[in-house]
Design a protein around this ligand. Structure first.
Ligand code: HPA
Length: 266
């Protein structure tokens, strides 16, 4: 960690990011036109090399609406085969760099039958069904407690702010519970039924490890899902990554507008 922080600080000098943003599938270009310092994951000591196609795999340090931000263009997924501790390492790095608020975005399938592809969903809570907890292992007491509270991972104030901004911008929005599966296979219809009975509204393969760790180290979290498809079995059609990417691309512009206006109001 010391080496990671020293390396990054050498590039960003006295820039202190206060807002962290993790860009999900389809949103990766949010940071493309921002002026700032870009550092490839593959150049950072302690980071893994992201393997997901369509993700750039870099940190962008830039101002967004006059606020200092660090943006993850591409994230690590558990299904890529990394140890769960590697997935959340960048969140710990953000904390050490000074980040106080973390905005996490993702693409998700709708478990809730009233949702439509293209809706955005403000995450109110999550269910971790990845089969692992990213805090397993020795605890770093400088970051957080051994048995951290998870009562309000997704801060109500940030949820309300995002909802208000969606209303102002005329963006259709839902609020709901995100369930995380390990992937990389999509779920079966029986698994989606299970998730619905459990109380999930959306399902995806990311976000939960990062949100959990951010809350553990006392960061305020806002999570927003782009509902890219109906989950398995909701409609008779099959699921495809192409559909996920296509829907995310359609919603991208309003998603970006929302991000910008939320950041402005922080
Ligand atoms: N299931 C899991 N992850 C996803 C989905 C889905 O239906 N859509 C986008 N990410």
């Amino acid at each position: 960690m010391k080496e990671t922080i020293e390396y990054i600080k050498k590039q960003i000098k006295d820039f202190t990011p206060e807002i962290g943003i993790i860009l999900g599938s389809g949103l990766g270009d949010f940071a493309d036109n921002l002026e700032g310092v870009r550092i490839k994951y593959s150049d950072i000591p302690g980071f893994e090399t992201s393997t997901v196609a369509g993700h750039k795999g870099q940190l962008v340090f830039a101002q967004v609406q006059g606020k200092n931000a660090v943006i993850m263009q591409g994230r690590y997924h558990f299904y890529e085969g990394y140890h769960i501790s590697r997935i959340v390492y960048p969140v710990k790095v953000m904390k050490k760099l000074g980040v106080k608020t973390l905005i996490i975005t993702n693409a998700a399938g709708s478990v809730n039958k009233s949702y439509k592809a293209g809706d955005l969903m403000i995450i109110t809570d999550h269910i971790n069904l990845m089969g692992v907890n990213p805090l397993i292992g020795e605890n770093d007491a400088t970051l957080g407690d051994r048995f951290p509270d998870m009562t309000e991972i997704y801060r109500h104030a940030l949820q309300n702010l995002a909802q208000k901004k969606c209303k102002e911008l005329g963006i259709p929005v839902q609020k709901g519970v995100y369930a995380a599966m390990s992937g990389p296979s999509y779920e079966t219809p029986a698994e989606i039924n299970m998730l619905r009975i459990m109380g999930a509204d959306a399902v995806g393969m990311s976000t939960v490890p990062e949100a959990l760790v951010a809350n553990y180290c006392a960061m305020e979290v806002l999570g927003i899902s782009c509902i890219t498809n109906s989950a398995a079995g909701v409609h008779p059609t099959r699921l495809s990554h192409a559909e996920v990417v296509e829907t995310a691309a359609k919603v991208k512009e309003s998603f970006k507008k929302l991000l910008v206006s939320v950041i402005k109001a922080l």
